[in-house]
Ligand binder design. Structure first.
Ligand SMILES: [Zn+2]
Length: 185
């Protein structure tokens, strides 16, 4: 199973302290982890730590974890393999899209492909550097739901939430369980 936690944070503070707006991705990831149970020991939440390459994982069950946020939406994901997640607000980014098209060899026509590329790159543990030509194996035809990377090494899932587009990349294609509000303070 792939678990996804997603929340609309809004443009303005959502509580008296404005804390949703100021929360970092890492904080949201920690909250998501706290709200669940580790498959390795169901009496405990996942114990999420960060690898040297920037990827998050559970020290106990070895599940991969990832988080991404825009101004308005934050998404965290857990999968049995390494996982990468990215969320973006739809808009045209012509120069960035042209660059991604050159790197992938797949013409980039929308933000969906951008999120797929980001999610895949994060899942691969390369977020600290930019991809070289041929390193990002995007499918030539993007789609919502699951699809495979061009080299068949990854599965990528794309969907929308409150006007934002998000993608996750993981090794296995599994049912996606959406948790729209993980926080129990
Ligand atoms: Zn765990």
């Amino acid at each position: 199973m792939v678990d996804v936690w997603i929340r609309w944070t809004g443009r303005s503070p959502t509580d008296d302290f404005g804390r949703y707006r100021s929360r970092s991705g890492a904080r949201f990831l920690a909250e998501a982890a706290k709200s669940t149970r580790c498959p390795d020991d169901v009496s405990l939440p996942c114990h999420v730590i960060r690898a040297m390459d920037g990827r998050w994982f559970c020290a106990d069950c070895k599940s991969g974890w990832s988080v991404s946020h825009t101004q308005n939406v934050v998404v965290a994901a857990r999968a049995r393999s390494w996982v990468g997640v990215d969320v973006e607000t739809p808009k045209r980014r012509n120069a960035a899209f042209r660059w991604l098209g050159r790197v992938t060899g797949v013409p980039t026509i929308g933000i969906e492909q951008w999120t797929q590329a980001e999610a895949l790159w994060k899942a691969m543990g390369n977020a600290a550097r930019r991809p070289a030509t041929g390193e990002l194996q995007l499918s030539p035809h993007w789609a919502y739901g699951w699809q495979r990377s061009a080299d068949l090494a990854w599965h990528i899932h794309t969907a929308t939430f409150q006007g934002a587009v998000w993608s996750l990349a993981a090794k296995d294609r599994e049912p996606v369980t959406l948790h729209s509000d993980p926080v129990v303070d």
